[in-house]
Design a protein around this ligand. Structure first.
Ligand code: F0G
Length: 352
């Protein structure tokens, strides 16, 4: 039967590749679009989760990375570099291995989740922890790529956006048309840019009858687009989107305004509450940053700003296993029992 071939093969005619492009792939894309029962009940809408944590390295970054690394290889690059809050670096490291390239990653010191650091390490990336935040890392990575023979694979590289736009194609292919609203977390703002591009292309070519309103959510301590100015010391427990000066700021504003959408912010408390709801009531374990989309949707619904009956897709961007600390934090230690069925049954409350 049919095996998903990776997004470059599945959407080749919509991507800037040719027969000469060496396709570097881990068969990314083709991720589940899961109907969300509890969120649908709460909003009176038909809500779906685009589960991007199901990608090979556990985040949506693989969509951009298959393109970026394939094009870098086509151009003869032997080394790639990126700045990252953790997921881009995990993805770059894995795809560089596939391509036989060296990867260098710059991460903010002490501010990336353990799972992501583990991925970069095990894939053999050269890792530097920078004494600064993500924005400082990106400035440094750009300078290094200008002065030295190393290709930049951050989302300021336009082929990253090309790869990531395929998530919008998959959603329309699955639903038969674009949703009414598409909700996603916003950090460096590459992904909202990419989805908007994908939806527009499908509408222009008649594969969708319309485009959705784009709803983006930043973390309230790292919300430069909402606050209207760069944040010098961004703060949030959602380290993936702890970004104070997004590279694709203007594109995010265009996506918001052209789609009739919005970009707003949610607190860490709202993010964690959506994170727990997704895991405990929908069965979908995401990392905290990913829950910002759902937190935003719930906040708007509670404020009466979501008309019932709409079709809504929330992208959940990364796998919960990336950052398990938040799952364990505050939870009681599981009880220890002897190897004894009665003792185990008593602890499980099966005896009364
Ligand atoms: N969610 C997750 C899990 C992310 O890793 C990121 C970005 C975002 C959302 C925001 O997406 O930047 O396109 O607006 N992570 C980047 C990284 C910055 O380095 O992994 P964006």
């Amino acid at each position: 039967t049919h095996q998903w071939r990776g997004l470059i093969e599945e959407y080749r005619d919509r991507l800037p590749v040719s027969a000469a492009t060496p396709v570097v792939t881990l068969l990314e894309g083709g991720t589940p679009l899961v109907p969300a029962q509890v969120l649908s009940e709460r909003t009176g809408c038909e809500v779906y989760l685009k589960v991007e944590g199901a990608n090979p390295t556990g985040s949506f970054k693989d969509r951009g990375m298959t393109m970026a690394i394939s094009k870098a290889k086509e151009d003869g690059a032997q080394a790639v570099i990126c700045a990252s809050t953790g997921n881009t670096s995990a993805s770059a490291a894995a795809y560089a291995v596939r391509a036989g390239m060296v990867s260098a990653v710059l991460v903010p010191q002490g501010k990336i989740a353990l799972g992501k650091m583990g991925q970069a390490l095990v894939h053999g990336a050269k890792i530097l922890q920078v004494d600064g935040n993500f924005d400082d890392c990106l400035t440094l990575a750009r300078e290094l790529s200008e002065k030295y023979p190393v290709a930049l694979v951050n989302s300021v590289n336009p082929v990253r956006i090309e790869g990531q736009k395929t998530a919008a194609f998959e959603i329309v292919d699955m639903l038969g048309d674009a949703p009414d609203i598409h909700v996603l977390p916003v950090g460096n703002a590459g992904n909202i840019t990419a989805y908007w591009k994908g939806y527009r292309e499908y509408a222009t070519d008649g594969l969708a009858s319309r485009t959705p309103r784009m709803w983006g959510f930043q973390a309230s301590g790292s919300a430069p687009i909402v606050d209207g100015a760069p944040v010098l010391k961004p703060q949030t427990i959602a380290t993936a989107i702890r970004i104070g000066n997004p590279a694709s700021w203007d594109f995010a504003l265009a996506a918001r305004d052209e789609s009739g959408g919005l970009i707003d912010k949610v607190t860490d408390r709202q993010i964690l509450s959506a994170y727990r709801l997704l895991a405990s009531q929908e069965g979908v374990f995401v990392e905290p940053a990913s829950a910002a989309s759902v937190a935003g949707l719930l906040a708007k619904a509670e404020a009466g700003l979501v008309d019932p009956g709409q079709r809504i897709v929330c992208t959940v961007t990364g796998n919960g296993l990336k950052d398990p600390d938040w799952a364990v934090a505050g939870a009681p230690q599981p009880r220890i029992v002897p190897i004894d069925p009665e003792a185990a049954a008593r602890q499980l409350g099966l005896l009364d």
